[in-house]
Unconditional design. Structure first.
Length: 51
């Protein structure tokens, strides 16, 4: 497994284990990880993909 696939798997596992509260909480946790902590994309790009 390459590094990017490993990072995505780790992130999704973390969200799956800790993400209680329904889709609203899942999206907030995903945004926190992907935009703020890991910085894979900008907030504008994330909103465009989700919206």
């Amino acid at each position: 497994m390459n590094r990017n696939t490993s990072q995505v798997a780790k992130l999704l596992s973390k969200l799956g284990v800790t993400g209680f509260g329904g889709p609203t909480v899942q999206m907030a946790l995903l945004e926190e990880e992907v935009v703020r902590k890991i910085a894979w994309m900008s907030e504008e790009h994330f909103v465009a993909l989700v919206g």
